[in-house]
Design a protein around this ligand. Structure first.
Ligand SMILES: NC(=O)c1ccc[n+]([C@@H]2O[C@H](COP(=O)([O-])OP(=O)(O)OC[C@H]3O[C@@H](n4cnc5c(N)ncnc54)[C@H](O)[C@@H]3O)[C@@H](O)[C@H]2O)c1
Length: 394
């Protein structure tokens, strides 16, 4: 796959174009906005310049990457593309319209993909005359830096399409995992409790935001605490993902959004970019101090990690992805310190079940129901992965 078309020159389209061009593909970027095309080109030049200055790229390679990318305002120029990845506005009818037009331009063998975060790949594929060539290719932001890519076949996708795309994206120096076409795919589904259980602890007054963030980083080993991360992502984006997953899973209480976060969105306190979210980002405001209570901290980590494990286990149970792919997705896609299923093995499956049952006993909310897979495994005494063989001198 050497001739690649990218539709949309925004944050994701630009990043994906850079990735493909770095892997020696001839990349054509199309956008309806001339301004977006211009700024994409300028931003790429800036990024490459910085990489050269830092010694991460030589200037010859930087020029080569730039030479590999061309820009166009005519979709007709995509006629010779072998793979086209769409990364435009997250809107089903608009995306479908673009795919209909695109299919009348490209050859019958061209693979067509969407980078959508939340729309059904199957519903997008249905816009095409030949939906077997359609697939979801979900990059993470920023695409050049994030190693993980989720590959999501639609119900109509041919297995050969999936194979070709996986090989291509692996060749682009990415790590691919395979996910069933379900809301949030792997990462955006499995990660929900990282935010929602932290919000629950905060809303119930069990701990304040600084203490929860301290516990999850200092004791849990996560790179960022949930409140810092939500502020960083932006509450408009993070809240909408939660709400979408909640609605799309037919209002499963597991994914219920939080009022605390909704109010931030309503107030326009969208996080870092707005100067205020859960935290204040003005220079003269001192950040709140955590209560560094190790016992409380461990309870916070245990509860959030337990809910993450339950979600990961249910994702296996629902056959959305393989055990290995789920652990890879969470460690490589969102930099979790450990794969959640490996973590479950280490805690002990029976212990996970009993802690979840304790929470359910307190709340009597379906949100805390234990995954049937964990319960079955506890009964059978099995683990997700084989224990590592002991070294000879152990
Ligand atoms: N931003 C993220 O963190 C992220 C991560 C993974 C996936 N995604 C998905 O990637 C896609 C793009 O997101 P983004 O953040 O890059 O958006 P963006 O707003 O930065 O860019 C979208 C671009 O699409 C262009 N566009 C809009 N309608 C178009 C059309 N009909 N034809 C051609 N170009 C059109 C716009 O001019 C704009 O340049 C979305 O589907 C989103 O869900 C986003």
């Amino acid at each position: 796959m050497n001739k690649v078309g990218i539709i949309g020159a925004g944050a994701m389209g630009s990043g994906i174009a850079q990735v493909a061009a770095t892997a020696h593909c001839q990349v054509l970027v199309y956008d309806t906005s001339a301004e977006a095309l211009k700024s994409n080109q300028a931003k790429l030049a800036q990024i490459l310049e910085k990489l050269v200055a830092k010694g991460r790229l030589n200037s010859e390679k930087a020029s080569q990457i730039q030479a590999n990318i061309s820009y166009t305002a005519q979709l007709e120029d995509f006629a010779h593309c072998e793979l086209v990845i769409e990364a435009i506005i997250e809107n089903l009818p608009i995306k479908k319209k673009v795919f209909e037009t695109l299919e009348s331009i490209v050859s019958k063998d061209c693979i067509i993909a969407s980078n959508t975060s939340s729309l059904s790949i199957t519903s997008l594929a249905a816009a095409l005359q030949k939906p077997a060539r359609f697939v979801g290719i979900h990059f993470f932001n920023p695409a050049p830096l994030m190693k993980l890519v989720e590959i999501i076949p639609a119900l109509q996708t041919h297995t050969a399409t999936v194979e070709t795309v996986r090989q291509t994206i692996n060749h682009w120096d990415k790590l691919t995992v395979l996910a069933k076409d379900t809301p949030g795919f792997i990462v955006n589904k499995v990660a929900r409790p990282f935010y929602s259980e932290a919000l629950r602890l905060y809303e119930e007054g069990i701990a304040d935001i600084a203490t929860i963030d301290w516990a999850m980083t200092a004791l849990g080993g996560f790179r960022m605490g949930p409140f810092t991360l939500m502020d960083f992502i932006g509450h408009d984006v993070n809240y909408v993902v939660t709400e979408t997953v909640f609605k799309e899973f037919y209002y499963d209480p597991r994914y219920k959004p939080s009022f605390a976060q909704k109010r931030l969105v309503e107030a326009g306190y969208l996080g870092h970019k707005a100067g205020r979210g859960f935290y204040h980002y003005q220079e003269n405001v001192a950040p709140p101090l955590p209560r560094q209570d190790e016992v409380l901290g461990q309870q916070i980590v245990e509860r959030i990690v337990l809910m993450l494990i339950n979600e990961a286990a249910d994702t296996v149970h629902q056959q959305i992805a393989s055990k290995a792919d789920i652990d890879t997705a969470m460690t490589q896609g969102v930099n979790y310190p450990k794969g959640l299923l490996q973590w479950a093995d280490e805690i002990g499956i029976a212990a996970c079940v009993s802690q979840l049952d304790n929470l359910y006993e307190i709340y009597h909310e379906d949100r805390y129901r234990c995954s049937p897979l964990l319960r079955k495994m506890a009964q059978q005494g099995t683990t997700f992965f084989q224990p590592k063989p002991m070294a000879i001198d152990d």
